[in-house]
Design a protein around this ligand. Structure first.
Ligand code: NAD
Length: 304
């Protein structure tokens, strides 16, 4: 029986993983540096993932045998304080690996991101095996993490798995300071009749994935036989790609009556180094990855 600890459990992804595990009667211990504002219907403990002793205590106390390590400082927040972003992203990752080895935990999920790509990748359609030259501290930390996933899996016979998520879209949980956050903000603003100032240029195309597909895809991937997984660092997965302008037009078609003002900021520089589309054929071939929510299905969630 799996007994799962989630670090960074109160973030955009963590909350949705909690709901999934609760629904499937899988034991989950949610941990975060802040307290939940509502009932999570699972065990919760305050824990800083930088605090190795505290996490060690909780792993032992709750007989944990699987880790979902979701703590990260995301792309836009990372650029505001790169030293802190590197410290948190890498030290928490290292802590989790060393604690897993010491506690006999083999199975770990750690998300990577499309931020690992860079201007040397083919940004029109980024291949699984692209040249990776990330230009943000977030992307650099994700690339370092990917190399460590490969290294630690061999060195310690661990089963650390990783997916390169594109921008994740969710409506119940707020995004945590990334470059793709505009999509959720624009949908919610226009739906509520409020003008929205978009921090990306109108034609900036980026890949996105609806949260249900992200969670289901991750769970499917985590349950595949390890022998089938040819990619040893992190799999590309994606849903649909979109520009702010295309989204704005779609929202107007759906009856929204508010304007989008385009005023790009430093996040445009980040987006310019990220792929427009990514090739997820390795995930499709190796473990039957598929998404169900295109743009239409995603918007149907809020425009019923
Ligand atoms: N959301 C996306 O669009 C996206 C895309 C690609 C990859 N990812 C990756 O998925 C993972 C989860 O992302 P998210 O969007 O849920 O992030 P988020 O920012 O919404 O949540 C992160 C959570 O970690 C907590 N946290 C921060 N520092 C901590 C610490 N030291 N100890 C314990 N908890 C701490 C925060 O309180 C927060 O609840 C991250 O690794 C991220 O890089 C997310």
């Amino acid at each position: 029986m799996e007994r799962i600890i989630i670090t960074g459990a109160l973030g955009q992804l963590g909350r949705e993983f909690i709901k999934f595990f609760n629904k499937n009667n899988t034991y989950v211990l949610a941990t975060d540096i802040r307290s939940p504002l509502e009932d999570l219907s699972c065990d919760f403990e305050i824990a800083d993932a930088m605090d190795e002793k505290r996490i060690d205590f909780l792993i032992k106390k709750h007989n944990i045998n699987v880790v979902y390590h979701l703590v990260a400082v995301l792309s836009a927040n990372g650029e505001r304080n790169p030293f802190m972003a590197w410290e948190i992203n890498m030290k928490s990752f290292q802590n989790i690996i060393s604690l897993s080895i010491n506690n006999g935990i083999k199975k770990i999920f750690w998300p990577s991101s499309i931020a690992v790509f860079g201007t040397k990748s083919n940004l029109s359609f980024a291949a699984q095996d692209s040249i990776l030259n990330p230009e943000t501290i977030y992307g650099i930390s994700k690339l370092a993490g990917e190399r460590l996933v490969n290294y630690y899996n061999k060195k310690f016979d661990l089963d650390i798995r990783s997916l390169r998520y594109p921008g994740i879209i969710s409506f119940d949980t707020k995004p945590g300071g990334g470059t793709t956050d505009y999509i959720i903000e624009m949908i919610q603003s226009l739906k509520n009749g409020k003008d929205y100032t978009c921090f990306l240029n109108r034609n900036t195309e980026l890949p996105m994935l609806y949260i249900n597909d992200a969670v289901k895809g991750t769970i499917d991937y985590m349950s595949v036989d390890k022998q089938n997984l040819k990619v040893k660092d992190s799999y590309n997965i994606t849903g649909f790609s979109i520009t702010p302008n295309k989204l704005e037009k779609k929202l107007i078609e759906l009856g929204c009556n508010a304007k989008v003002i385009y005023k790009s900021d430093f996040r445009q520089d980040i987006a310019d180094t990220w792929p427009k589309k990514i090739d997820d054929s390795s995930a499709i071939n190796d473990w039957n990855w598929k998404f169900e929510y295109g743009l239409k299905e995603t918007l149907n969630v809020v425009f019923k």
